[in-house]
Ligand binder design. Structure first.
Ligand code: NAP
Length: 250
């Protein structure tokens, strides 16, 4: 599609967007940004009060669900109704050294970061195909997919798996006009980011490797997600896109 630079703007009018993990951090910012671009937003998360605050701000539909539970993940996706844009953002990071990684933490990480994405995307993509509409899906992965981060065994493995899942979904859903991409952010000082990186002994060396000399902000991720969801990215499919200020080149 040829874009008119004087008129082109992202506009998700009449499109419905489902965002998981929309209660806090990056997911919340993505929901707000989608609303600014006129999407109807369905926000899924675990803590009801977070969703109520978001609803007060942007007037979205809200669904409370524990996505580690496959039945709740499926119910949330079904309850969301007809979806055109999907952002699989919810994830957890349980920091444990490799030798002390517990089965419980491993299983919960895979259940939320990977299995819930499979379940939700199956429901949403099947709905798009049945309605005969194109769609766009963005999975929020991490630079942890490329970097072996100490203390992040389950998290790194889940994000590497997520990017491969993205690839297979891009290949299989592409023929229906459904694009699937991942974004791979560097550190963002959300609640999750602070737990892992606020100690200068850990965060300092990480920051020093980022050519732009700053961590990312939630807005940096939300704007790229909206671009990937939009028609301007109409030929992008199966990407794992670093949002890292050039870290991946160092
Ligand atoms: P966050 O501040 O911890 O927020 C995560 C959101 O997801 C919260 O609203 C949380 O709800 C929800 N969530 C988590 N587990 C859930 C579950 N089992 N069921 C339903 N909702 C659940 O995290 P964030 O930093 O914004 O991270 C968002 C995404 O970016 C994740 O995919 C993360 O891996 C990725 N990422 C983050 C960073 C970073 O440095 N922060 C870097 C790269 C990639 P509750 O609070 O109610 O549990």
């Amino acid at each position: 599609m040829k874009l008119d630079p004087t008129e082109y703007k992202i506009d998700f009018k009449n499109r419905c967007a489902l965002v998981t993990g929309a209660g806090k951090g990056i997911g919340r910012e993505i929901a707000v940004e989608l609303h600014r671009f006129n999407a109807q937003v369905v926000a899924v998360s675990r803590t009801r009060t977070d969703l109520e605050k978001l609803k007060d701000e942007i007037g979205c539909e809200t669904i409370t669900a524990e996505l580690a539970d496959p039945a709740q993940a499926k119910r949330a996706a079904e309850q969301a109704g007809e979806i055109d844009l999907l952002v699989n953002n919810a994830a957890i990071a349980k920091l444990e050294p490799f030798l002390k990684t517990t089965i419980e933490a491993w299983d919960e990480t895979m259940a939320v970061n990977l299995r819930a994405v499979l379940i939700i995307t199956q429901v949403v993509a099947a709905g798009m195909i049945a309605r005969g509409v194109p769609g766009s899906i963005v999975n929020v992965s991490s630079m942890a997919r490329f970097q072996a981060l100490r203390g992040h065994a389950a998290y790194c493995a889940s994000k590497a798996g997520l990017d491969q899942l993205t690839g297979v979904m891009a290949v299989e859903l592409g023929e229906y006009g459904i694009r699937v991409n991942s974004v791979n952010p560097t550190v963002v000082l959300t609640e999750m980011g602070k737990r892992a990186w606020s100690d200068p002994a850990k965060g300092g060396p990480m920051l020093a490797r980022i050519p732009l000399r700053r961590f990312a902000e939630c807005e940096d991720i939300a704007s790229v997600v909206c671009f990937l969801l939009s028609d301007a990215a109409g030929m992008l499919n199966g990407l794992a896109l670093p949002i890292d200020g050039g870290f991946h080149m160092t």
